[in-house]
Design a protein around this ligand. Structure first.
Ligand code: NAP
Length: 357
């Protein structure tokens, strides 16, 4: 980590992911307390006014205003790192402009995820893809994305076992929490007493992003993983935590013991100075009825990494089919926490320089 804390800002600070960013960045060792950026609503609004999370807002940031600011203004004010929680569509041109002005952008939005030259990262899975951004150059910014909230949990669970199974195909059915749609999200009368078997664009995102994340980097390009990921996505009436039922059709007969050892031994960031990294990143729950959103969404150790671990359970191996469930906190591991971890990785690799508050 760099010596001084880097000046940073959150875009879309009043939204669900923006508030998670505020929680995670309030006392971060590498990033100074963030500036909070939002749309011009024609009246003063603080983080506390916008707050909708179940956890309390961070005391140091609660009364900070959420204000509009252009990329030019943020660059002129010395902001070095931007965490973007803008809606997809809105995010694209703003993030491009920020990077053009020398700012490092860590985005949750879908707009740039599949762009050549933009790393799509889950650090435990494909940290080497950071090199897709090319060598650091003075004055040039950086654009790094994290995947769709369901994709993150899926690839965390798959990465340790893919070498042993050499999948022919992966099938996943998701049970996705309401907060995945942001705030205010899905109308209550559309979801109470209901399950909605459709989330716009989600199945395509999971298919495309998973094979890219599990793919192999060749120089400045990625060769996608050589198997299809077939997703069926449903919205359910839970608040946070996406549950996924996964079936891997294996191309190789590993033993169950080999698979369990692969999950248990998976901690590629162990010993590295990334404060938000969970150790281990995949927790294997032995319970017959776990993981559950209500009970397992905050998995992750140490304390700063709460909500950052994927929980795998209900493992069944009937060769060639491996079946299991995986759960992740969509707004933390699958959202803001994923971006913060990407920024920590970039800082560790010297991509953010050093800074002073
Ligand atoms: N929710 C999740 O679990 C999740 C997980 C992974 C990725 N994502 C992605 O993360 C992004 C944010 O999602 P979210 O769930 O936080 O959505 P959200 O709750 O709707 O929040 C979006 C925020 O962006 C603000 N905003 C809109 N246009 C803006 C602009 N031009 N300048 C500044 N602020 C602007 C909105 O302000 P107003 O309040 O004034 O409208 C709102 O506060 C999306 O791209 C989403 O796809 C979400």
């Amino acid at each position: 980590m760099s010596a001084g804390r880097l000046p940073c800002a959150i875009l879309g600070a009043g939204g669900y992911i923006g508030q998670q960013f505020a929680r995670l960045l309030a006392d971060h060792p590498a990033f100074a307390p963030p500036r909070l950026i939002g749309r011009d609503r024609g009246r003063r609004r603080t983080l506390e006014d916008a707050w909708v999370l179940a956890e309390e807002p961070p005391a140091d940031l609660a009364r900070r205003p959420i204000e509009p600011a252009t990329p030019a203004r943020l660059a002129a004010q010395g902001i070095r790192v931007v965490f973007s929680a803008l809606p997809s569509g809105t995010a694209g041109p703003i993030e491009t402009e920020l990077a053009r002005r020398g700012i490092a952008v860590f985005s949750n939005a879908a707009d740039h995820r599949l762009d050549p030259g933009v790393p799509l990262l889950v650090p435990e899975v494909n940290a080497d893809h950071l090199a897709l951004a090319g060598p650091p150059r003075a004055g040039r910014g950086l654009l790094v994305t994290n995947p769709n909230c369901s994709t993150t949990g899926l690839v965390l669970a798959l990465a340790p076992i893919v070498p042993a199974l050499r999948p022919r195909a992966v099938h996943v059915t998701t049970f996705q929490a309401l907060s995945g749609a942001g705030y205010p999200g899905v109308p209550s009368l559309a979801i109470v007493d209901n399950v909605v078997p459709y989330i716009p664009e989600e199945e395509t995102k999971i298919a495309q992003e998973s094979v890219r994340l599990l793919g192999r980097r060749r120089g400045r390009t990625v060769v996608d993983a050589p198997f299809p990921v077939l997703a069926s996505c449903a919205r359910v009436a839970t608040r946070d935590g996406h549950l996924e039922a996964v079936t891997v059709e294996a191309g190789r007969r590993a033993s169950l013991d080999e698979l369990e050892r692969a999950w248990a031994g998976f901690d590629p960031l162990a010993g590295r100075p990334l404060p938000t990294a969970p150790h281990p990143p995949v927790e294997r729950h032995p319970g017959v009825d776990r993981p559950q959103p209500l009970r397992d969404r905050w998995a992750g150790r140490p304390d700063r990494a709460r909500g950052m671990a994927a929980v795998v359970g209900r493992v069944r191996w009937d060769p060639p089919y491996l079946r299991f469930f995986v759960l992740t906190h969509n707004a933390v591991r699958g959202g803001a926490g994923g971006s913060v971890l990407n920024a920590e990785l970039a800082a560790e690799r010297g991509r953010l320089g050093s800074g002073r508050e």
